[in-house]
Each structure stands twice: as C-alpha cells, then as structure tokens.
Design a protein around this ligand. Structure first.
Ligand SMILES: [Fe+2]
Ligand SMILES: [Fe+2]
Length: 152
C-alpha cells in the first residue's frame, strides 16, 4: 500500500480536525450571542466533519498507518458572523481543492477505496460550501433583517 496515500489521508484528517474545532467554536459563540439557528447549523456541519475525520482514521488504520490527532491550523475566535462565514468558505474551498487532487493521486496509486472516500467527502464539502455561501449571500443582501432570522 502506498505511503503517499496514507500521507494524503492524514493531511485530510488534519484539515477535518481544524474544521471541527472551528465550527464547534462558532457554534458556542453564536449560541452565546443568541443566534441559535445559525449555531445549530454550525453544530450539524461540525458533526459531519467529525464523521469525516473518523472515516479517514479508519482508512489510515486499515492501511497500517497512524491517524494524526493534530489539526493543521488554530480555530479563529471572536469573529463577526460575516468573518466566520468567510473563514468557513475558505476551509471548505481548500478542502474541495485538496480532496479533488487527492482522489486523482489515489487513482494513480490504484487505491480505489481511498479514492471513493475522498469523492464521498468531496460531495459533502460541496454541500457545506453551498450552505455557507447561501447564508453569506443573504446576509450581504439583506443585512440586519436577515440576521434577525438567524436568532432563536
Ligand atoms: Fe469534511
Ligand atoms: Fe465541510
């Protein structure tokens, strides 16, 4: 089995660990500011990223590698809602780029299962990106009146 693929799986896992800590932090911050609906959304996405991190770990273990426990960046604190969304859009965009490239490397290394895993994650990251872009778009268009709909 390819060490290259194990390294890619671990790079992806580090990204997921960053996303988990970022989204859960935003979940707590938004909850604290009474933006309950948006807080709930961040929690849901955070839990999906936990499942991604776990799926990557399982594949790494199957390939006899060692799953990393290190995030690749530190979560940003104290951002405005618009800044949070920009951070999240950045994380998802980078993940999509990396997972597309990783799927191609897995194909070249003849590891179809790892390739399929990256493709599955890719589909879900595209969904996250779309959700975050929608919220950001509404916020930019409607401002405070949209913010009020995120409370609860
Ligand atoms: Fe993910
Ligand atoms: Fe994501």
């Amino acid at each position: 089995m390819s060490q290259k693929v194990i390294t890619l799986l671990n790079e992806a896992r580090s990204r997921e660990l960053t996303a988990i800590s970022q989204y859960m932090l935003q979940h707590y911050e938004l909850e604290d500011q009474d933006f309950g609906k948006l807080a709930k959304k961040l929690k849901e996405v955070g839990i999906q990223e936990m499942k991604h991190a776990e799926a990557l770990a399982e594949r790494i273990l199957f390939l006899k590698g060692e799953p990393t426990s290190k995030p690749d960046a530190v979560a940003k604190k104290g951002q405005t809602i618009l800044e949070m969304l920009q951070t999240d859009i950045g994380l998802e965009t980078q993940a999509i780029k990396m997972y597309n490239e990783a799927a191609a490397v897995c194909a070249a290394e003849k590891d179809q299962i790892s390739k399929q895993l990256f493709e599955k994650l890719l589909g879900e990251e595209e969904g996250h990106l779309n959700d975050f872009e929608n919220v950001k778009g509404h916020l930019e268009k409607m401002g405070d009146s949209y913010l009020a709909t995120l409370a609860g």
